[in-house]
Write a protein that binds this ligand. Structure first.
Ligand code: F6P
Length: 324
């Protein structure tokens, strides 16, 4: 291996720049070349890449977003698109690719590697934390902190006006962000796709809250939750059934994807990406690096893609106890 390519793909996440920096610096340390492809798979298809050296990644460890930009490429889902990408990688003399992204990125990478015999190594970067084979994905911790900062502010105004707030958070089909930020922000209820608690339970719980003397409440709703059709309809339903509540909705949206990464995400990105480069140098391929119990380890991409990480449902019980 003499030359490694790196790219970021899918929804961006805070810490992706720290990850790019770690790939580039590890390559420099081991005296191999590194190139960065722009806009994820699309840059591979278009042959749009830049040479990167240790100095090209100065002052980016603290930045949100990704200097290589990101996209979800439709063209890469086609055989023709992948063939174009392979031709460009050969032209650029790239011996292995490090793909920073989520499961869509890894799926694309796996098919690509099989078809074109180009080694790929995945690094989990997504705020959703929904990747099997790692307890944490790059960006998740920062997103959690962004959510609790926002909910702390909502709490101030909720309390001043005696209001009930439904706060929708991201996570796609996974409830990690909702569950952990919900506990961290002291929410009364947390609704996640992994556990359908039902509308009656929600109404009873809000009713109990009111009777116990609470004047304002916060419900964290994961965007993938199916209890209401959407968070606005859910709030309307609650208003209809519990008319004494002045219910409001806040959708946090893409602020959860931005911002300077937390120290945890920077360290995670650094550790995962040094390992990714070392494994590429060792001739390993079609794997994903992850952190399990604070150890950096690799699993086959195929295995990572076959399963979903399980949510710790005991946290729902903790939330219940603490919102008494
Ligand atoms: O996967 C990250 C994520 O932010 C999800 O939480 C969310 O469902 C999705 O991406 C939003 O995607 P887009 O930025 O394309 O709207």
């Amino acid at each position: 291996i003499k030359r490694i390519g790196v790219m970021t793909s899918g929804g961006d996440s805070p810490g992706m720049n720290a990850a790019i920096r770690a790939v580039v610096r590890a390559c420099a340390y081991y005296r191999i070349e590194c190139v960065g492809f722009m806009m994820g798979f699309q840059g591979m298809i278009d042959g749009e890449y830049i040479e990167l050296n240790a100095r090209s990644v100065r002052n980016i460890i603290n930045l949100g977003g990704t200097i290589l930009k990101s996209a979800r490429s439709k063209e890469f889902r086609t055989k023709e698109g992948r063939a174009k990408a392979a031709a460009h990688l050969k032209e650029a003399n790239v011996d292995a690719m490090i793909l920073i992204g989520g499961d869509g990125t890894f799926k694309g990478g796996q098919i690509f590697s099989e078809e074109h015999d180009i080694p790929v190594i995945g690094v989990p970067g997504t705020i959703d934390n929904d990747i099997f084979g790692t307890h944490y994905t790059i960006g998740y911790d920062t997103a959690l902190n962004t959510v609790i900062d926002a909910v702390d502010k909502i709490r101030d105004t909720a309390s001043s006006h005696n209001r009930l707030f439904f706060v929708e958070v991201m996570g796609r089909d996974a409830g990690f962000i909702a569950l952990n930020s919900g506990i961290g922000a002291g929410a009364e209820e947390i609704l996640i796709p992994e556990e359908d608690l039902g509308l009656d339970r929600l109404l009873n719980s809000l009713e109990r809250s009111r009777r116990s003397g609470k004047t304002s409440s916060i419900v964290i709703v994961s965007e993938g939750d199916k209890i209401g059709k959407n968070v606005f309809e859910l709030a309307a339903y609650v208003k209809e059934n519990l008319p004494y509540y002045d219910a409001k909705v806040t959708v946090l949206g893409h602020i959860q994807r931005g911002g300077s990464p937390t120290c945890f995400d920077r360290v995670l990105a650094s550790r995962l990406c040094v390992k990714a480069v070392e494994l590429a140098l060792d001739g390993q391929r079609d794997i994903m690096v992850g952190m399990m119990n604070n150890e950096i380890q690799a699993i086959e991409l195929e295995k990572a893609l076959k399963s979903k990480p399980t949510i710790n449902k005991d946290l729902l019980r903790i939330s219940d106890i603490l919102s008494v």
